[in-house]
Design a protein around this ligand. Structure first.
Ligand SMILES: NC(=O)c1ccc[n+]([C@@H]2O[C@H](COP(=O)([O-])OP(=O)(O)OC[C@H]3O[C@@H](n4cnc5c(N)ncnc54)[C@H](O)[C@@H]3O)[C@@H](O)[C@H]2O)c1
Length: 280
């Protein structure tokens, strides 16, 4: 199979590319290499896999012609759209750039897919931030951590959308376009509203990828800033479990297409690696 990954030199993208390449598939990585660490990720992929199976196109999803040509050349079966402006802070500083990358860029990806004679399935890495601040949901303190008083197992996809921040709006806009292309154009699209993903090859900074940032800071003896009272809780999902969930969605594409799915580790305790909580 041929997989096309926008943002394929990023943290999730390079793990996903390696996963498919290990299984003998062909992968096109489409990335503008704007993110810190992407050169290392690309070099790592190139060290481990031959350029017969690993294709790289340096391009920007805002540049529709380049993107369309790359997708047309690749003729992928499945297109993962992971490229994006990923930090809330940067989106507030430069909302136009954020919009152009996340909203227009996602639109370009959908159009490039739709224009193929045999359109690929499109999987979109959305975010649980599309639910906003969820001010209506009551949290209570239990020991050292806050919990949702009325939702002990977490929030479902029934939660109303409420885009906060330019990042929330641009990712949310992409999220809704991806869903709608399944409705209107019958594209096999799936939206994944992901929680915090962690794992190997994440070059985290304060603004994004905080798990890696905490670990790098701890190892290098740098200070860590804790916001709030430190009792807030975040869902974390291991990158290989995320990839398993993508695979499960592809295997069950007939049921998954057109859906927007929450994707996180959830409350299943104790944690066992390799066990995805996604069920179809
Ligand atoms: N990591 C998480 O915790 C998390 C959580 C929810 C959603 N997501 C989403 O998953 C996707 C991947 O996240 P990640 O953690 O791997 O981020 P990342 O920053 O490591 O990867 C994003 C990649 O996109 C590339 N890119 C950025 N702008 C581009 C452009 N205009 N054209 C082409 N390439 C461009 C970057 O160079 C980078 O390689 C993002 O869309 C992000 O919003 C991530």
């Amino acid at each position: 199979m041929h997989f096309f990954i926008t943002g394929g030199a990023g943290f999730i993208g390079c793990n996903l590319a390696a996963h498919h390449l290990q299984q003998g598939n062909t992968v096109t990585v489409f990335d503008n290499l704007s993110r810190l660490g992407t050169q290392h990720n690309l070099a790592w992929l190139r060290q481990n896999f031959s350029d017969i199976n690993l294709k790289f196109v340096q391009g920007d999803i805002r540049d529709f012609e380049t993107l369309l040509l790359a997708v047309s050349n690749a003729q992928p079966t499945l297109l993962y759209h992971l490229a994006g402006q990923v930090a809330v802070t940067t989106s507030v500083q430069n909302p136009r750039e954020d919009f152009e990358i996340n909203a227009l860029g996602t639109f370009n990806v959908l159009e490039a897919a739709r224009m193929q004679n045999t359109p690929p399935a499109v999987f979109y890495a959305s975010t649980n931030k599309v639910y906003g601040g969820m001010e209506d949901i009551v949290t209570t303190l239990e020991g050292n951590r806050y919990i949702y008083r009325d939702y002990p197992t977490g929030i479902s996809e029934q939660q109303p959308l409420d885009f906060h921040s330019p990042y929330g709006c641009s990712k949310g806009s992409g999220d809704q376009y991806v869903r709608d292309y399944a409705r209107i154009y019958n594209l096999k699209t799936v939206v994944f509203r992901q929680s915090c993903i962690y794992g190997e090859r994440q070059f985290g900074v304060t603004d994004q990828g905080w798990v890696a940032h905490f670990i790098i800071a701890a190892i290098t003896g740098k200070p860590i800033t804790i916001y709030g009272d430190g009792k807030q809780v975040r869902d974390l999902l291991y990158v290989q479990d995320l990839i398993q969930a993508y695979e499960a969605a592809y295997i069950h594409l007939d049921k998954a297409a057109g859906q927007a799915l929450m994707l996180g580790e959830g409350q299943s305790m104790p944690y066992q690696f390799g066990q995805s909580s996604v069920k179809f």
